[in-house]
Design a protein around this ligand. Sequence first.
Ligand code: AMP
Length: 284
Amino acid sequence: MMKLFTSKSITTDYLNCLKEKGLTIGFVPTMGALHEGHLDLVNRSKRENELTVCSIFVNPIQFNNAEDLAKYPRTLERDTMMLEAAGCDLVFSPETAEMYPQGEPVKFNLEFGLLDKVMEGKFRPGHFNGVAIVVKKFFDIIQPTRAYFGKKDFQQLAIIKFMAETLELPVKIIPCETVREADGLAMSSRNMRLTIAERNLALGIYQTLLKVREQAGNIPVRELKAWAIKKIQEIRGMQVEYFEIADKDSLVPIKDWNNKERAVAFAAVFLGDVRLIDNIELFS
Ligand code: AMP
């Protein structure tokens, strides 16, 4: 039987007992509204650990837009059924006050340099501060052996890797490939909010990323970026927030193809009022 806990201390006590017996713990943090992408992380954790823990928590402090937070899909009952069927051992699903009993925390005590200033960091101020605070809290509560993060949120993964390394946290961060729909659209909880017409147009983002990968190295970076922005903007209802080609670790935008094997293309696009992100590694 899968456990469903909402209390930090019960979760910590329960897992401590099992850790003392030497069991390895895999951890998959999520905001719920689960799909195959999340389950892929759960399955990987199950293969690599004796116990798998999944958190479901829509973290208010990582939303810089109140409407986005209000509209974020919440499907807890369905999520727990999916996790039970996937063989997850424990779901931790706290209320906001359980995570932030003193009210909303302000600033995570770590300087991320450029990592939280470009792309998502630039357009969603405070987002990664909120992500870092909640993930560090989860790590303290669960004390996982390994934690699983999707490359779909590539910049988030870079932030978490940096945090784990810099603070020397005793957890191994495991990057997982982006899971896509049959037509290539990156799976996302936000896809649920697209109309059928928008859903059919949405694959244009990945198609453009694939074309960028085809042309990478042949066309100057600046021209390729401009081409991609134009291509996405031509799709009905799409508004590009940013399109960037950057180094996979430092996230510094690249200007030429000198270190091309490190290049990743990133897109953030509004389709109606739904914000979608995707990325592709250009040479691997
Ligand atoms: P979220 O619930 O959106 O916060 O995502 C929870 C975790 O699942 C994060 O590590 C995401 O990067 C990961 N994830 C979300 N969508 C996908 C996907 N399509 N493929 C792989 N991982 C994903």
